[in-house]
Design a protein around this ligand. Structure first.
Ligand code: NDP
Ligand code: 8X3
Length: 261
């Protein structure tokens, strides 16, 4: 019996955190990978490591998801055997700054809107037509608990993730009749990521937000994404909202120490 060809998964923002952990898990499972991000050195190291360790195809694409022309050029450059993408994981994203609305930095706002929203849209617009044509595909958006709950000083980040939540539902309405699944995962705090460092503009002190409780790990989210992607074909998971056990909501965290180490 001939072996089923490996599926191809494109993961945006795979140079660190959730995207990198997800790439590792899918590589381990034998998927062909296309990994993206802006840091060429990391893409090179990760792809070489995964190729050797897991014997899978890993194709790096270095570009900025905010740049529409760069997204188009990157997707056009994908080599023929990988052009048919089975799973698109829209993960690249960030919070930039955490200020009350009247003190917010408009530059931070534009970065979040352009990355979390426009980047996700550009990539979806480029990849989804071939999925529709083949009547085969799965789009998994990395949303956040911030797309379900707002919190003080979360304003624009909350707005972008609420938009991801709305888009995920709306995309499904457009795509379900083409046999395309659209899902999302909505995590609360996740460590083993650069999220806090990026949010606080590289301030290491301010970024120490995970030390006094057990947050989720990037692997927890990778496991969840793999679970979503590997359900039987007739099953489409809309959303998995996932919090660490020491979190009650986006704003309620038991910071009395790490209980599960
Ligand atoms: P990281 O900062 O570790 O990872 C973010 C990834 O996105 C990096 O690979 C980065 O790559 C990429 N990225 C950011 N901006 C761009 C851009 N303009 N163009 C291309 N790639 C970009 O954080 P996380 O792993 O935590 O974040 C991943 C996703 O998870 C985000 O959408 C975030 O909102 C979401 N999330 C995170 C949570 C957390 O607590 N950590 C909780 C809930 C959701 P590079 O810098 O190389 O471009
Ligand atoms: C990241 C989690 O709670 O900082 O999306 O918004 S939170």
């Amino acid at each position: 019996m001939s072996k089923k060809p490996a599926q191809t998964v494109l993961i945006t923002g795979a140079t660190s955190g959730i995207g990198k952990a997800t790439a590792k898990l899918f590589a381990k499972r034998g998927y062909n990978l296309i990994i993206t991000g802006r840091r060429a050195d990391r893409l090179k190291t990760i792809s070489e490591k995964f190729k050797i360790k897991y014997g899978t195809i890993v194709h790096p694409l270095c570009y900025d998801v905010r740049d529409r022309a760069a997204c188009e050029a990157a997707v056009a450059s994908i080599p023929e055997p990988l052009k048919q993408i089975d799973i698109l994981i829209n993960n690249a994203g960030l919070a930039s700054g955490m200020d009350p609305i009247h003190e917010g930095d408009v530059n931070d706002w534009e970065i979040m809107i352009d990355t979390n929203l426009k980047g996700l849209l550009y990539m979806t617009r480029l990849i989804s037509p071939q999925m529709v044509e083949r009547r085969k595909g799965h789009i998994i958006n990395v949303c956040s608990i911030a797309g379900h709950e707002v919190y003080p000083k979360g304003n624009v980040y909350n707005a972008t993730k609420s938009a991801v939540e709305a888009l995920t539902r709306s995309m499904r309405l457009d795509l379900f009749q083409h046999n395309i699944r659209v899902s999302m995962v909505s995590p609360a705090h996740v460590e083993e990521t650069e999220f806090a460092l990026v949010r606080f503009h590289g301030d290491e002190e301010k970024s120490k937000i995970y030390e006094d409780f057990n947050p989720l790990t990037s692997k927890d989210i990778a496991d969840t994404i793999l679970f979503i992607a590997t359900r039987p074909k007739h099953v489409n998971i809309q959303d998995i909202i996932i919090l660490g056990t020491q979190q009650g909501s986006a704003t309620m965290t038991d910071r009395s120490g790490r209980k599960f180490d």
